[in-house]
Design a protein around this ligand. Structure first.
Ligand SMILES: Nc1nc2c(ncn2[C@@H]2O[C@H](COP(=O)(O)OP(=O)(O)OP(=O)(O)O)[C@@H](O)[C@H]2O)c(=O)[nH]1
Ligand SMILES: [Mg+2]
Length: 306
């Protein structure tokens, strides 16, 4: 029997959790962007090999916004942190925010050691991965490590770059050392449990983040209305929701230019992923205040309960 376990990737928004899960699994499982709060629910990435199987859980970054969606996203991270065999807390070497890290660790209850003696709440084992070391001078890391080390009883502290892959193999070894023996939970060729429709919606959302940049309304949501597969062609109809009419204008752009950009880059990526030609029809719609409406964001598949 090989190793088999669940590992949650947690931390503040934008530290590189999704970039790391993609690197660990060797495939794009989760969308990434330079904007915080990109990931909106728990995304599973499965790595299977001669060692056994490790199931990674990408989670929404901990951010302290007031919207119901944000609160629900924190709950997703909390739950993943509680349900795993090991948590990897990620910090960002390019954006120090020790207070933010401290609050996140508290929120996720990672400051309780698993073997800390408290039988009622034994906590979870935690590794600290300091990410984006490709973008900072190495000597500056020492001070950061000193500041971070006391925030939780970290079993290991490792500087990595999810982007270049630096030290990611080493991190994986440290993870594997802590995985229990057991049978694989998923078939060996499976890399995620996301349904195709969800992947399609997320790809469009990522391209919206990419092209809208700073103009991106936080409240963009995507809902796939239908996917019709014909020989060599997938016809995808989806709705892109915003909360206000003014945002609708931003997403569509002058003469539809922005929507065209989002659509064509999403189409190119979907064609690569699905291996067929894709016809993509995106309708931009307004759904007022959906980020404060639990029902609405659950319907989109964001936040806690589906
Ligand atoms: N230089 C550098 N940039 C990185 C690295 N890892 C991630 N990034 C960048 O950091 C930004 C955020 O990355 P994500 O992977 O989306 O971060 P996240 O933690 O999943 O963010 P949320 O889902 O919003 O919580 C993106 O622009 C990434 O390209 C790294 O190792 N080095
Ligand atoms: Mg993410």
């Amino acid at each position: 029997m090989g190793k088999s376990g669940f590992v949650s990737l947690v931390g503040r928004a934008n530290v590189g959790k999704s970039t790391l899960i993609n690197r660990l699994v060797g495939k794009k499982i989760s969308i990434t962007s330079p904007r915080p709060q990109t990931t909106r629910n728990r995304i599973i990435g499965i790595k299977t090999g001669p060692f056994g199987q490790v199931v990674f859980m990408d989670t929404p970054g901990v951010a302290f916004h007031k919207s119901a969606l944000s609160k629900s996203m924190i709950q997703v991270a909390e739950q993943a942190g509680a349900e795993c065999d090991l948590a990897v807390f990620m910090a960002d070497a390019t954006n120090h925010d020790i207070e933010g890290d401290r609050l996140s660790i508290k929120q996720l209850r990672l400051d309780v050691a698993r073997h800390g003696g408290d039988k009622a709440d034994p906590g979870v084992s935690v590794l600290l991965a300091i990410n984006k070391v490709d973008a900072v001078p190495k000597p500056s890391l020492l001070a950061l490590i000193e500041e971070l080390r006391d925030l939780a009883p970290f079993q290991e502290i490792i500087p990595i770059s999810a982007k270049t892959g630096e030290n990611v193999d080493k991190l994986f070894e440290l993870i594997l050392d802590r995985m229990p023996e057991g049978p694989a939970y998923y078939p060996e060729d499976m890399t995620t449990d996301q349904l195709e429709n969800y992947v399609i919606g997320e790809t469009v959302r990522e391209k919206a983040f990419l092209h809208l940049g700073q103009e991106m309304p936080y409240s963009v949501a995507v809902e796939v209305e239908s996917v019709e597969e014909k020989p060599g062609l997938a016809v995808v109809i989806l709705s892109l929701y915003v909360e206000r009419d003014s945002q609708k204008g931003i997403v569509i752009g002058k003469g539809g230019a922005m929507l065209k950009k989002i659509g064509s880059s999403a189409r190119r990526e979907l064609e690569r992923r699905l291996g067929v030609k894709v016809f993509l029809d995106i309708q931009v719609k307004v759904k007022e205040k959906w980020t404060s409406d639990r029902r609405a964001f659950r319907d989109f598949g964001y936040g806690t309960e589906k």
